[in-house]
Design a protein around this ligand. Structure first.
Ligand code: NAP
Ligand code: GDD
Length: 336
């Protein structure tokens, strides 16, 4: 039985990845913040159905000794480093803590693994935000980076640290350059979930409008369930490498609104208002990925299409808003 450690197990991807690995017969461990252990009802919402099958260890990405302590007590075959301050808008509000968590946290993980578990396969959660002001379209593994936010800069640093540990110390370190991936467990602050949750509340008579920023931004959106399968495949290769994971299609925020509202029989133009507060100081206008390498080398294929993604998110939020929803894992928090 293989043993895996997931940092960020309480997040969207961590919860789907834990399910995926348990299904493959792994022993799954998660690194969680101590505050989360103190407020399990809310903080473990996405993994509450897995709690009797995973082992959780308190540690903070800001504390090297806490990470060292977990790794000194347990050996792992694979480590999926997903924990991060992942909201781009928040990184403009507090760039310092984003940098601290995302860059130092990654460095601490790599340094502790090198010291204690150098044979453990390591996955770093890289991002299409690293391409930022894109130099070519579609973006692939060889496209130069030009990040446009403190978050994007922190991910470039994490990516380079991961590559350097691979090259300098011969460790199995791989990075996924993942384009936006969503699903019913997405945090409410991200645009897709903000749209589907608010559209559902409008349909249920609980809200009257949806305030958004840039409706013309283009993203390459997939389903998180598909993307966590690619993470696992990356750590099963003979040789560590970096892979773009994307659907290859791009859509505007406006198109997402149009499809989501239409799903519940509404015309988005009657409810969506633009609001300066949700524009970013520097925007990533358009992203679309080329996942040819992941398809060829990993044999990865997404199962969800864009309309299917919108539909499952919309149905899930409609069930919640209308009280029809059974107790299923979902995101915590409120849209910003
Ligand atoms: P998410 O839902 O925001 O989850 C983030 C996770 O990181 C949570 O478990 C959170 O724990 C944990 N975390 C944050 N700060 C921490 C700290 N200081 N110490 C310990 N844990 C901390 O993010 P996601 O969508 O699952 O994304 C997973 C990873 O992939 C992130 O690194 C993200 O940047 C990257 N990524 C995501 C996408 C995407 O479209 N989803 C695309 C590319 C890359 P709490 O629950 O305690 O807050
Ligand atoms: N969040 C949000 N809220 N975004 C809005 C809004 C709004 O009210 N209105 C328009 N947008 C636009 C943003 O300006 C951006 O262009 C786009 O919608 C997507 O925003 P998010 O859903 O917040 O995601 P993101 O693309 O910035 O970042 C996500 O994807 C990255 C991969 O490309 C996150 O999951 C990152 O962690 C991830 O690395």
């Amino acid at each position: 039985m293989k043993r895996a450690l997931i940092t960020g197990i309480t997040g969207q991807d961590g919860s789907y990845l834990a399910e995926n690995l348990l299904g493959l017969g792994y022993e799954v461990h998660g690194l969680v913040r101590r505050v989360a252990l103190e407020d399990p009802e809310r903080r473990f919402n996405r993994i509450k159905h897995l709690l009797d099958r995973v082992q959780l260890h308190p540690a903070s990405l800001e504390s090297y000794p806490s990470i060292f302590s977990v790794l000194s007590r347990h050996d792992f075959d694979e480590c999926y480093h997903l924990a991060a301050q992942s909201f781009v808008a928040e990184s403009f509000a507090d760039g310092f803590s984003t940098m601290n968590t995302n860059i130092n946290g990654t460095h601490y993980m790599l340094a502790a693994l090198r010291e204690l578990r150098p044979r453990c396969h390591f996955y770093f959660a890289g991002s299409s935000e690293m391409f930022g002001k894109v130099r070519e379209t579609p973006q692939r593994e060889t496209t130069p980076f030009h990040p446009r936010s403190p978050y994007g800069i922190s991910k470039v640093a994490g990516f380079e640290l991961t590559r350097n540990y691979r090259e300098a110390y011969g460790m199995f370190c791989a990075s996924g350059i993942l384009f936006n991936h969503e699903g019913p467990r997405r945090g409410f602050e991200f645009v897709t979930r903000k749209i589907t949750s608010t559209a559902a509340r409008i349909k249920a008579g609980q809200a009257t409008e949806l305030r958004l920023g840039n409706l013309e931004a283009r993203r390459d959106w997939g389903h998180a369930e598909d993307y966590v399968r690619a993470m696992h495949l990356m750590l099963q290769q003979e040789v560590p490498d970096d892979f773009v994971v994307a659907s290859g299609e791009s859509h505007t925020v406006r198109e997402f609104c149009q499809l989501a509202f239409a799903e519940v029989g509404l015309d988005y133009r009657e409810y969506v208002r633009t609001d300066e507060r949700f524009y970013r100081p520097a925007e990533v206008e358009s992203l679309v990925g080329d996942a040819t390498k992941a398809r060829r080398v990993l044999g990865w294929e997404p199962r969800y299409t864009f309309p299917e993604l919108v539909k499952v998110m919309m149905q899930n939020d409609l069930e919640s808003a209308t009280g029809l929803k059974a107790a299923r894992p979902e995101a915590v928090g409120k849209a910003r």
